[in-house]
Design a protein around this ligand. Structure first.
Ligand code: SF4
Ligand code: SF4
Length: 333
């Protein structure tokens, strides 16, 4: 079995994370959408097309991920996918599985590179207390329908203290559903999971538990031929630290026009850019990019500011682990 490969930030590659609305039919306990900061608007069909074109650059490899809320609640999602494909993006839609507006019947499988489903447990007993009653059945049934239509599917499992002990049962389900990619994510300290305090959220997983469970499950899934992607989280000793905000092109775009470069900053009005009249405008004053330049022993400066209790120190005051950029991933398969 090959060792996991750390996927560095690819110079010249662009990732566009486009939230086309913030509304959702579910109310997951760890939802990171924050209407106080991101509004409750839905992009119009014209706005969506204009914003997709605004970030398009045919000269470089570009990925566009449609997000919400629940993006299939947008009646013009299929039109947005077609615009994105014409612009040359690799296109992904992240869904909670409900697939509104007859999405599967209307979308051209050729224009969609991946349809990613979120599931936080291997069965309804684990998933539904987190994501909602009946969600497991709907999500898995629609994933099978999508795969039967010839659409490449992914599964996203957000690890928290509520479901990490059940992650080891996921390889069987991943194989049974026929997904092509399995993403393991770590719960962020954003939105509802932030809880408003400075202490580590009870939903978070400690480093020892993460390192004991996640790489092993990733290996097991990868052995079945599925690509597995999971965050690095803790850098190995001597491994270099890089902040994606300094070296990569990631844009996290919200329907109120805010554009962030770092997802950890999304709960605060420190976005780097705003879209005004369909133009990208640099925000002056205290914005997230000021933090990206700070070099600290703990690694990611936003992690240190937002969740200091997740870092432990030795007797000489050195952190046991440097925390990697949350956008740094490991890939297997
Ligand atoms: S499906 Fe996504 S957007 Fe909707 S409540 Fe759950 S985490 Fe939030
Ligand atoms: S998560 Fe940390 S390292 Fe990554 S972009 Fe944000 S501030 Fe930079």
């Amino acid at each position: 079995m090959t060792a996991p490969q750390t996927v560095g930030f690819t110079p010249g590659e662009r990732n566009v994370f486009l939230h086309i609305l913030t509304g959702c039919n579910l109310s997951c306990s760890h939802c990171y959408i924050n209407p106080a900061e991101h509004g409750s608007a839905m992009l119009s069909r014209q706005q969506m097309a204009a914003w997709i074109r605004l970030f398009s650059d045919p000269a470089r490899k570009s990925n566009l991920i449609f997000l919400g809320g629940e993006p299939t609640l947008h009646p013009d999602l299929v039109s947005g996918i077609e615009v994105a494909k014409q612009c040359g993006y690799a296109v992904t839609v992240d869904t909670n599985g409900y697939l509104f507006h007859d999405f599967l019947d209307r979308v051209d499988p050729e224009s969609l590179d991946y349809l990613s489903f979120s599931l936080d447990g291997p069965d309804p007993q684990v998933n539904d207390p987190i994501r909602g009653h009946g969600v497991f059945e709907v999500c898995t049934a629609n994933l099978r329908r999508a795969a039967a239509r010839g659409i490449s599917t992914s599964l996203i499992y957000t690890v928290s203290s509520r479901n990490i002990d059940h992650l080891a049962r996921m390889p069987e389900l991943v194989r049974d559903l026929g997904v092509k990619r399995f993403f393991i994510q770590v719960i962020g300290l954003r939105g509802k999971s932030a809880g408003g305090g400075e202490k580590a959220s009870p939903l978070q997983v400690d480093p020892q538990t993460w390192l004991r469970i996640v790489p092993e499950v990733a290996r097991t899934v990868a052995e079945t031929g599925v690509t597995v992607i999971y965050p690095k989280v803790f850098l190995d000793r001597g491994e270099p630290f890089e902040c994606a905000g300094n070296v990569a092109e990631n844009f996290f775009i919200f329907p109120n026009g805010r554009v962030y470069q770092c997802p950890l900053c999304e709960d605060y009005p420190i976005h780097s850019y705003e879209i005004r009249d369909n133009e990208l405008v640099k925000v002056e004053g205290l914005s997230e990019d000021r933090f990206f330049k700070l070099n600290i022993a703990e690694g990611c400066v936003m992690n240190k500011l937002l969740q200091p209790d997740t870092i432990t120190y030795d007797s000489s005051g050195r952190p046991h682990h440097r925390v990697s950029c949350c956008l740094l991933k490991q890939r297997l398969g």
